[in-house]
Design a protein around this ligand. Sequence first.
Ligand code: NAP
Length: 469
Amino acid sequence: MDYAHSAQELVQLSYLAAAFLFIVGLKRMSSPLTAVSGIRWAGVGMVLATIVTLLYVGLGDNPNVRLNVALIVGAIAAGGVLAWVSGKRVAMTDMPQMIALYNGMGGGAAAAIAAVELYGGTETSTTHLVIATVGGFIGSVSFSGSLIAFAKLQGLITKSVRFGGQKFLNLSVLLATVVLGFLVVSGAGGGSAAVSLFFVFALLLGIAMTLPIGGADMPVVISLYNALTGLAVGFEGFVLDNAAMIIAGTVVGAAGTLLTQLMAKAMNRSLGNVLFANFGESSGAAAGGVTGSQKAIEASDAGVMMAYSQKVIIVPGYGLAVAQAQHKVWELAQLLIDKGVMVRFAIHPVAGRMPGHMNVLLAEAGVPYELISDLDEINAEFETADVALIIGANDVVNPDARANKSSPIFGMPILNADKAKNVIVIKRGQGQGFSGIDNALFVLDQTRMLYGDAQAAVSQLIQAVKAAG
Ligand code: NAP
């Protein structure tokens, strides 16, 4: 008896230790310099929580201990293999949909815990049932919504589904789910049927909410579902009386909420606007409006221009990620630094396709963190830059966001690359950015286009800078 009691205490203590490791891991993930070790710290926390859970299951008085342990080990093996293979294979540019999928799984797992409790749990206190139901609701919405977000980003769903009365329908589904949730908690009728319907409607709500949202807003939506998944896990942590789940869920919920706010702010949108205004698709319709023609430059001329500059600001964007040009870019920067040129990297908060996308790539290539500045730090410096070198970036340097009230991205903070004395833009052709609009920067007098794949074009620049002596 005493042994069992001490073992239970050990289990709870270990959960606290695991939660502590999650928090340390998250803290370290906030800087590219320590991010990799942060993932390891959190990973150790996860392993500890998993081992302790096996111990917890073993200590319980459930007669199916062996079966439960076998199920857990089987689930870990299947999930581990799938995660390992997909993690190894996924391209950096496909990371957003991968995150959407993982988020969805977290929400689904929380909903599954709720389902076990609501269908056959032994605990009948109202508080317990309310917490399980709320967690189940949030987890289900996050699960089905994340799967739709994944399908959209993966190109499996190509159109945003919109029709008259859609908001009314969504509201009706929400109300039906709330009423069913109330019936489940109050035990007022329906039994298992009410529980099943409750989950069906919650899942439908996630689908209905996400289907009309356009592709450009998907990363914000994914971040929102990440926050919701954390919240659902936290709720189910209370249901299972599991400190690690409560703390980890709360931390993920808070981090996801902050990230959602940060991204919405960087795109000058409110969350309500993202969820209900259908921005992502309509923006394409307003493309155009830019007059003037783009002027090309040869790599040899661009190389000389940079080699004899005092200050060059490099602006990486989505195209750099597609071309995997980060190592070449750092090679170019080092060459310039050796020639006495001051080189800075300017990162827009939504450059690329997910938050921190560019920071991760540059850190991977070994670019020192001191050379990387965010929008607020660097924007005043463009005026004193001889060259702004834009590599595969488009929307985040579009001056229309500052000056053209009719532009769909008007109001979005941008990097002021147009204020530099010379602008060199590397891109493959006349392709538009994520928002599907033309870019006024590309036709300015001081702008020259270096057409080509980012990696090949930067390699040519390296040769040109070397040749400049
Ligand atoms: P962008 O506006 O999507 O533009 C990328 C440019 O890269 C394109 O114009 C394309 O032109 C060029 N490109 C593509 N492949 C290339 C290659 N292999 N080599 C060279 N160039 C290539 O990118 P961004 O400036 O980074 O802006 C990010 C966009 O994503 C913003 O609209 C932002 O709102 C949106 N977004 C980002 C996040 C986030 O968290 N980061 C979240 C939500 C939304 P060509 O086809 O002519 O080559």
